[in-house]
Design a protein around this ligand. Structure first.
Ligand SMILES: [Zn+2]
Length: 403
């Protein structure tokens, strides 16, 4: 017996000979021991819920199909054993389940494994940057490489997700390149302003974006519950005069700075709900949008998910307790001061596409001189992060399988 084990160990990379399973906590936990490693603990109810048999799980749909009208929340493991790297469990509801050890390890409840999974498959973790780091952060991608090469497409998405900004250069002289780029990932996100929108000075414009005057920091459409995630701005023509530079600030960096330097103001900006609104007429259709949310929005882990910021699109209706108003302006004032300090000015070259996270980067534009001889013509299109992250995961799997 001893010889046989040694032999298996010598000729196989598998450690299945060393696997042991046991029941703990009165049937509520199944423990899997792999050699000398810390045992992996799996809650019994989670195992039962994730049974991989044909009745409980659809391989085709890759989703659970267990009938919850019959599901027992008091189910217990009654018997466990491991054979050929498969954990077999007999349950108190008379069901039997089998789980491959690789499947279990991949879903281990250890912090390490979970962080690895989330970083690899949820989203690339974001990195904040201040004005002084802008030069290191800004990366250029070649338009035809993004279109042609999946690896480059994936790198662009990762850069956009990590830093909130990336540039694409050497585009064809064509007003449809923003659409081509969006279609490379998925599809354009339509808004009140259509699919593609043109930013140029228009006589008698109602929206600040369509004037050649300065456009101060903002995110687009903060008055949408589902604000567009990413902005693709194709500089079809760029003004040749001194003005017209883009104004860019990493809003997540401001949130981080204010959290460190003024934690109480940070709290106020995370909690006080602001009314963002837009009343407009587009293509003869009237719109009236309102979304209520704080300036800094966090996920359940405390990471920034969205910044809301717009001076024109912040409503004079401020539906909070009156004693919170002055306090909010104090905190907002500190936020604005930091935004000023971190404001980066740079002029996008004609033909480039500036791509950035609309829910992270405050952006704007310096005034410029608009005349027949000096034109600025920008074609914009939005995309949703859901579609972008989805493409990123699909690409990751496809590229991994090719090797
Ligand atoms: Zn089952």
């Amino acid at each position: 017996m001893f010889k046989k084990l040694i032999g298996q160990r010598a000729f196989s990379t598998s450690f299945s000979w060393f696997l042991k399973a046991s029941i703990e906590g009165n049937g509520k936990v199944v423990s899997v021991n792999e050699g000398s490693k810390d045992p992996l603990k799996f809650p019994g109810i989670w195992l039962r819920d994730n049974c991989q048999c044909e009745v409980c799980y659809s391989e085709n749909a890759q989703s659970r199909r267990i009938d919850y009208s019959d599901f027992s929340f008091k189910v217990k493991a009654e018997n466990v054993e491991i054979t050929d790297k498969v954990l077999n469990v007999n349950w108190s509801d008379n069901h039997k389940s089998a789980y491959h050890i690789d499947w279990l390890t991949d879903r281990s409840f250890t912090k390490e494994k979970q962080e690895q999974y989330l970083n690899e498959f949820y989203r690339p973790p974001y990195q904040t940057w201040g004005k002084s780091k802008f030069k290191d952060v800004v990366k250029y991608f070649e338009f035809d490489e993004v279109i042609r090469d999946d690896k480059v497409l994936k790198e662009w998405i990762e850069t956009l997700s990590t830093y909130g900004i990336a540039l694409i250069r050497n585009t064809p002289k064509d007003k449809t390149v923003a659409r081509t780029l969006a279609n490379r990932i998925g599809f354009i996100r339509q808004t009140t302003y259509g699919e593609e929108y043109v930013v140029q000075a228009k006589p008698n414009a109602t929206n600040q974006a369509y004037l050649s005057a300065k456009l101060q920091w903002h995110i687009d459409l903060p008055y949408y519950e589902y604000a567009p995630g990413v902005n693709l701005l194709h500089f079809y023509e760029q003004t040749k005069t001194k003005g017209g530079s883009n104004i860019i600030v990493d809003g997540f960096n401001i949130a981080e700075r204010i959290k460190n330097q003024h934690p109480e103001d940070y709290q106020v900006l995370c909690e006080v709900v602001v009314d963002w609104n837009d009343i407009t007429v587009e293509q003869d259709i009237p719109y009236h949008n309102i979304w209520r949310a704080p300036v800094i929005n966090l996920d359940a882990d405390g990471n920034c998910t969205r910044i809301n910021f717009s001076i024109p699109q912040r409503d004079s209706h401020f539906n909070v307790d009156v004693d919170k108003v002055i306090r909010w302006y104090e905190a907002f004032g500190k936020f604005v001061n930091m935004v000023k300090e971190e404001t980066m000015l740079f002029k996008v070259n004609e033909g480039d596409i500036l791509t950035f996270s609309n829910v992270r980067l405050l952006h704007g534009r310096e005034a410029y001189d608009d005349s027949d001889a000096n034109v600025r013509y920008v074609v914009g299109a939005y995309m949703d992060w859901d579609i972008i992250y989805s493409k990123w995961r699909v690409l990751k799997n496809q590229l991994a399988n090719r090797h």
